[in-house]
Structures are given as C-alpha cells and as structure tokens.
Ligand binder design. Structure first.
Ligand SMILES: C[S@@+](CC[C@H](N)C(=O)[O-])C[C@H]1O[C@@H](n2cnc3c(N)ncnc32)[C@H](O)[C@@H]1O
Length: 301
C-alpha cells in the first residue's frame, strides 16, 4: 500500500478502506472512530453514498467491521457515527461481530437547531455506537474536576450475578439482594473505592463521592453542533464533524502515544484532533480530495 502522506505520527492512505483494513496488522489499533456512510442515496463529487437497501448496506459493512474487530487491540474501543437510516442495523451487526456484551452506549449528538421540515419533525441528532473489544478491560480516562460529585453505585431490581455479592464497609455488610437492588460495580472497583476513601453509605445504600465528572450520552453543547459557517479549507466538506466530538472520544478512550484510526476520514477532523492530543494515527479515504484537505489541515497545525 502506498502512503498518501506520512509524518512521524500520522499516516494517510488514499484507498478503499477494505484494502487498508486487510493490510493493517491484527491488534495494532487502540481506538477506531469512523463517521461511516449514512446511505443517504446521494451521489457526491468524489464518493457515492448509496449502498442500496439497508440489507445490501449491511453486506458492504460486514467485511469492513469484521476487519475493524481484528485490527483493534485487546483493550481497544470503537465508535461508529451513524444516523437514523442505518444505526439500528449497524447496532445489530456490531452485536454479531463484537458481541452484545461489548456494547457500551449509544451517544446522541445534536447536530443542528430546528430548521423546520415539511410535515415532519426535523431530524436534529445523529448517533454514535460505542463498543469495546473486552468489556472487562478497556480505557476510560475519567474527567477530574475541582468539585465533588456523588453517584449511586446501585440500581433497582434484582439482577442475577450482580446482586449477590455482599461487600463490607467498616464492619457493615451491604446486602443489595435483600433490598431487591444490584451493584453497578465489580469487586476490583469496590476495593479501589475503599482504598481511595470514595465510598459512602446513605441509608445503607452505596454511593461514590469523588472529583470524577459524571458524563452523559447526550452531547448537545453548542460546540457539538455542525459548523455551518465554514472556513475556506473545510468548505470542501459539507459538514465536517466538530473537533469537540473527537476531543471527547480520543481523550477519554485512549492514552498519549496510542494509535487512533479513522477509515472514513473525510475532511480530516479525526486526524487533526489525533495530532493535537499527541496520539499516532492511521487514516484513509477513497477520495483524493479528502486526503488533500486533511493534509492541508495537518500542515497548518
Ligand atoms: C461522512 S464523510 C466523513 C466526514 C468526516 N467525519 C469529517 O469530519 O469531515 C465519509 C467519507 O468516507 C469516504 N469513503 C466512502 N467510501 C469509502 C471507502 N470505501 N473507503 C474509504 N473511504 C470511503 C468518503 O470519500 C467521505 O470522505
């Protein structure tokens, strides 16, 4: 495979992603983010966003996602950015390839304010499916703040395997099963909380009190919106994803020096944020224009 661009941390291929995925060593990527084809049916100047009906689209994606699973490290994470057209189909495909237990979340990203739609509710969100390769071993760098936050460590309802463990704090046994509740944490998490003195009991129920900022899956701050006022460079792409999305994903789910990959690079937001956050990157796009725009942005950093 011939590189389109290479510097000391980033490599970009101007190729079909299937070809690139077939040539990357197994377990060599720590984090994958892809803003995949939404299958709008639109034909753009440099690529065709028409994969046929949803089942034909799934057939196109199946081989690519199977390769993504192979190239991801044992403790790696993957985020697939979709919209309403394919996200439910891709979720089922991801469950099939990664395993349903590897699903972590579906993130809802508000992309625009209401513009008005003819006889319909305007579509204002897209969704990011978040999976890990191993649900017991993945990177999640919490955000630390100056203030304390209290979060419950239990939920209502008996859940087999999650209710029976009786932890003890200061000689008091915490019996969630008796209260028809279950734990949200595992034994190693409990030990860590005790060590850091972050476990509190309130009316006999366990909470974490810490400086960790609670994070939600509704990403609707103004910096998450698509920027319709575009710069000259980003003009080549209709709606490049804002850096705020990639900042969250890359800083929380990888460490400095890790390798990030995006196989649908487009205007290059993932490459730019990867570079800014001191990660390494493997990127590709079938469009030469996309690769050129990305290189211009990287050189301008
Ligand atoms: C929705 S855009 C990505 C936008 C990007 N997230 C950004 O912030 O600019 C999808 C990109 O996938 C690329 N693409 C389509 N089919 C591809 C394929 N088979 N292999 C590699 N890239 C492909 C298109 O050229 C397009 O640039």
């Amino acid at each position: 495979m011939k590189e389109f661009y290479k510097d000391n941390s980033i490599v970009i291929y101007n190729e079909d992603n299937l070809n690139v995925l077939q040539n990357i060593p197994d377990e060599s990527v720590n984090l994958i983010y892809c803003d995949i084809l939404y299958n709008t049916g639109k034909v753009f100047e440099d690529y065709n966003d028409n994969l046929g009906n949803p089942y034909q689209a799934l057939a196109w994606y199946r081989r690519r996602i199977a390769h993504m699973h192979k190239v991801l490290c044992a403790n790696g994470s993957i985020f697939l950015h979709c919209n309403w057209r394919l996200d439910s189909y891709i979720r089922i495909l991801m469950d099939e390839i990664f395993g349903a237990e590897c699903f972590r979340n579906r993130i809802y990203r508000k992309h625009s304010n209401e513009r008005g739609f003819y006889k319909n509710f305007d579509s204002q969100i897209d969704t990011i499916l978040y999976y890990v390769k191993d649900p017991n071993n993945f990177i999640f760098n919490e955000i630390i703040e100056d203030r304390k936050h209290i979060v419950p460590l239990y939920e209502n309802g008996f859940l087999e395997g999650r209710s029976e463990t009786r932890y003890t704090k200061d000689g008091t046994a915490i019996d969630l099963k008796a209260q028809h509740k279950h734990w949200l944490i595992f034994p190693k998490d409990f030990e860590a909380l005790i060590q850091k003195n972050e476990l509190r009991l309130v009316n006999g129920l366990p909470y974490r009190v810490s400086n960790i900022k609670p994070l939600g899956n509704l990403w609707c701050d103004s910096d998450m919106l698509d920027a319709y006022s575009r710069t000259a460079i980003a003009d080549a792409y209709d709606t490049p994803k804002p850096e705020a999305i990639l900042n969250n994903i890359i800083s929380i789910c990888s460490n400095e020096g890790d390798t990030v990959a995006d196989f649908f690079l487009g205007g290059g937001t993932t490459a730019v944020v990867t570079k800014k956050l001191n990660r390494k990157g493997i990127f590709c796009d079938i469009s030469q224009k996309a690769c050129t725009v990305t290189v211009q942005k990287l050189k301008a950093l």
